[in-house]
Design a protein around this ligand. Structure first.
Ligand SMILES: C[S@@+](CC[C@H](N)C(=O)[O-])C[C@H]1O[C@@H](n2cnc3c(N)ncnc32)[C@H](O)[C@@H]1O
Length: 204
């Protein structure tokens, strides 16, 4: 059985940890566990994304694609008091931690934790924020973007953080030059920091 954090069944749970973080301007006490992404600390790339992405609107429907234990979903929900945030992950333990952390942060009623296949098809997203799972390989990553980017609302924006040495520039080119379902979308490099690029994707 695989023990990668990005599988549905991430293997042995490993230690539970407490992390005290400031998300969306609020200090929150969260729990993480082994078998999820970056359980020891807020990932550097996630931190760059939260700092560099344009402030989300106060209301709307947002998506955290690949939520892990939930830092992006919680940041969005705490910043935008009128928003509903879908927190989606294939990893069951990650989803359980996100639900627990959202409840502890007081936003459990606005964070909808879900397996990818359970998000209703008629939900459109005003914002998609993601630290996507690069290590699943290009084919899977590209498939995820082809599945979720077309679900952006007409004025929707996606903000993605990708490590430069893990292919941020080629991912940007791939979106820009896509001549299928992503043809309506442009992709620009909105920020750089600590070896990461923040990409903004929106309809041209
Ligand atoms: C780089 S981690 C980011 C986790 C979290 N958002 C953070 O910033 O700490 C990427 C996440 O994507 C999830 N993932 C992998 N494949 C996925 C898929 N097909 N659909 C949704 N999530 C997926 C992984 O389980 C992992 O939790």
């Amino acid at each position: 059985m695989s023990e990668h954090y990005f599988t549905a069944d991430p293997g042995s749970a490993g230690p539970r940890r407490e992390l005290r973080l400031t998300l969306g301007g609020h200090e929150v006490l969260l729990h993480t566990a082994g078998g999820t992404f970056s359980p020891e600390r807020l990932d550097a790339g996630t931190s760059v994304l939260l700092r560099e992405a344009a402030a989300p609107p106060a209301t709307g429907t947002f998506l955290d694609l690949g939520c892990g234990w939930g830092p992006i979903a919680l940041d969005l929900a705490l910043r935008s008091p009128g928003a509903t945030v879908w927190a989606v992950d294939v990893n069951e333990r990650a989803r359980a931690l996100t639900a627990e952390n959202a409840a502890a942060a007081g936003v459990g009623d606005r964070v909808r934790v879900s397996a990818p296949e359970d998000v209703p098809v008629d939900v459109a997203f005003d914002r998609l924020w993601s630290n996507p799972p690069i290590r699943v390989g290009k084919a899977v990553l590209h498939g995820m973007l082809e599945q979720w980017l077309p679900r952006l609302a007409p004025d929707g924006e996606a903000w993605l953080v990708v490590q430069k040495h893990l292919g941020s520039d080629s991912l940007q080119r791939w979106v820009e030059e896509h001549d299928g379902v992503l043809a309506p979308f442009g992709c620009e490099r909105a920020a750089t920091g600590r070896g990461y690029r923040v990409l903004k994707v929106a309809r041209r």
